[in-house]
Design a protein around this ligand. Structure first.
Ligand code: HEC
Ligand code: HEC
Ligand code: HEC
Length: 427
């Protein structure tokens, strides 16, 4: 019997709807008869190990409000799709994860799935945490369950349609998410593998340092080549930040030695610069508490990342360079010195070694100039005599563009032009 074109269309449509329903309700949840991992550690040792791993994963920066209960959530994340709030991960049985089993915890971290089957948003960096081993997940869960319970209920997410439909994340996951534990690379040393595990699975550096596509997924072929996202500037407002290129590009981590990188992650300073802005939380809440050997492993792995070069920069003309030099000598040179070499008591050098100055997209450098670089604060002993001011009140968009272009193309820097439009976008 011949099928009419209309009937065929209806048949295809019905099959498509069935397929969509199947995908939307499909699940990768894992479960087992026994615990997630067996251990010979005592309860106290397991909890201590879990605490170290939770610090390495920097859960607290995202799950603890400045004045809130530890790990009770409520921290807002501004994304292109709306505002997402972190959840309460204390052992409260109602609003936290007190009623969860270790398998429930594994499924959230490895598959981005809640016990009721709902999909989680990747603002929670499970695309990195999926690589954490079962043994480490068991320890982290034991530590989280040992914390004081908080009954704080975080606000509801504010997402526009269709992003507020969690079931649609099932499709996102098919295209952009591979779950699975970290696998050792046997061509590399044990130290390299330890560093790769810490960076990729726990520290989730790539969540900020890898560019994302229009649906918020990381571009795998541009791993660690520099990302863009919204975060707070010193005034508390959300602005675009650029997390610079951490591959061995001559404008990225190629600028730093192993020692300079491990100093930065362990102490928030090195001979070039001091941490400011979003890296403060990464270093002050996480990497500085890691053992020296773990920080060294991370540096070994990071320094091995193959170069992803920046696009060739546009060089500014001599008139713009001249204007920039005049503004620099008037407003910046007193602290950063006319040679850009910096001063041990006044300001870091800008003539070499700043990934932020060299980044293709100047957003983070402009934030530092407009709002002043936010310092890490206690317990780090102050290093500079005077903080840098907020040039948003002193310089116009044209002037900031000129001085930034001058710095980016002077001394050992070759990073391209900054336009007044780029400055205006950061105001
Ligand atoms: C970059 C910020 C960020 C970091 C780092 C982070 N989380 Fe989250 N987490 C979130 C957000 C946001 C959500 C809510 C996601 C959603 O609503 O779909 C979340 C959700 C969760 C959930 C699901 C809770 C539920 O009720 O379904 C768990 C479990 C969790 N996080 C544990 C952790 C642990 C453990 C760590 C550290 C290893 C961690 N998170 C680190 C932002 C973060
Ligand atoms: C929450 C987002 C975020 C995470 C996570 C993150 N970074 Fe960054 N990183 C940034 C931003 C933004 C900048 C530029 C502004 C600044 O330095 O704070 C930056 C700057 C840097 C710099 C250059 C500093 C300079 O002044 O030249 C290095 C090196 C770096 N990050 C390494 C790391 C490593 C290693 C990790 C993982 C352990 C990591 N980052 C995790 C956002 C992040
Ligand atoms: C009062 C002294 C002072 C003046 C004046 C000053 N700065 Fe700074 N600047 C600092 C200090 C201190 C820091 C380092 C903050 C930190 O410890 O992270 C800094 C950091 C920076 C950074 C970030 C460097 C990095 O780590 O990548 C840039 C860019 C910068 N200044 C540009 C300028 C420009 C442009 C001007 C003039 C318009 C200027 N500064 C004027 C003191 C000053």
């Amino acid at each position: 019997m011949p099928i009419s074109a209309r009937r065929l269309l209806i048949l295809v449509a019905v099959l498509l709807v069935l397929l969509m329903g199947f995908i939307a309700t499909s699940s990768n949840r894992e479960s087992g008869d026994g615990p997630v991992a067996s251990t010979e550690l005592s309860e106290a040792d397991l909890i201590a190990r879990g605490e170290y791993l939770v610090v390495a994963g920097n859960c607290a920066s995202c799950h603890t409000l400045g004045n809130g209960d530890y790990m009770a959530g409520g921290v807002a994340f501004e994304t292109p799709f709306g505002t997402i709030y972190s959840t309460n991960i204390t052992p409260d049985p109602e609003v936290g994860i007190g009623s969860w089993t270790d398998w429930d915890f594994l499924n959230s971290m490895r598959h981005g799935e809640r016990p009721n089957g709902e999909h989680l948003y990747p603002a929670f960096p499970y695309p990195a945490f999926t690589k954490v081993t079962n043994e480490d997940l068991a320890a982290m869960f034991a530590y989280l369950q040992s914390l004081p319970a908080s009954n704080y209920l975080p606000p509801e997410n504010i997402l526009a349609f269709p992003y507020n439909q969690r079931f649609l994340m099932a499709f996102w996951k098919i295209f952009f998410f591979d779950s699975g534990v970290f696998e050792n690379n046997f061509d590399q040393s044990e130290q390299w593998n330890r560093g790769a595990y810490l960076v990729e699975a726990l520290a989730h550096c790539s969540a900020c340092h890898t560019p994302r596509n229009f649906l918020g997924a990381e571009h795998e072929h541009l791993f660690m080549a520099g990302g863009e996202y919204l975060d707070r500037v010193r005034s508390g407002e959300y602005k675009t930040w650029v997390a610079p290129n951490l591959t061995s590009s001559s404008r990225g981590l190629g600028l730093w030695s192993h020692q300079q990188l491990s100093d930065y992650l362990k102490t928030a300073r090195n001979e070039f610069i001091e941490s400011f802005g979003p890296m403060n939380e990464v270093i002050m809440n996480s990497t500085r508490f890691l053992s020296q050997s773990d920080v060294d492993s991370m540096a070994v792995y990071l320094k091995s990342l193959p170069e992803v070069p920046e696009a060739a920069p546009f060089t500014p003309d001599s008139q713009l360079m001249g204007n920039g030099r005049t503004i620099y000598n008037l407003h910046c040179g007193t602290c950063h010195l006319p040679t850009g070499e910096g001063d041990p008591e006044m300001a870091p050098r800008l003539n070499a070694g700043s990934l932020v100055v060299q980044a293709d997209n100047p957003a983070s450098m402009i934030n530092a100039i407009l709002y002043g670089p936010e310092l890490p604060g206690t317990p780090l002993t102050p290093r500079w005599l005077d903080p840098m001011g907020e040039f948003q009140y002193i310089l116009s968009d044209e002037e900031v563009a000129a001085v930034a272009s001058f710095i980016r193309n002077s001394w050992d820097n070759a990073a391209g032009l900054v336009t007044p439009e780029q400055v205006a976008a950061q105001r």
